[in-house]
Unconditional design. Structure first.
Length: 76
């Protein structure tokens, strides 16, 4: 899990500079669990925000806006 977080957030993401501002000092201090927990939660919140911005997801689960169901993928 740690390697996945470091690769996805620390290398491939557009917010990698911000990630390393948080993760660098935490890793040096030996707070690996904090980096994993924060990284995991942050990644999912950022992805959710991107989906909301594109309209793929409702920004609120209590929203009155109805979304079109996604078409089923054939052969997956």
């Amino acid at each position: 899990m740690m390697s996945n977080i470091l690769i996805r957030m620390g290398v491939l993401s557009s917010y990698r500079k911000t990630f390393w501002k948080l993760a660098g000092p935490a890793l040096k201090a030996g707070k690996i669990e904090d980096v994993i927990g924060t990284g995991w939660a942050s990644y999912h919140l950022i992805e959710f925000a991107k989906e909301c911005a594109t309209g793929a997801e409702s920004a609120s689960f209590y929203s009155q806006k109805l979304r079109e169901p996604e078409p089923e993928k054939v052969g997956v």
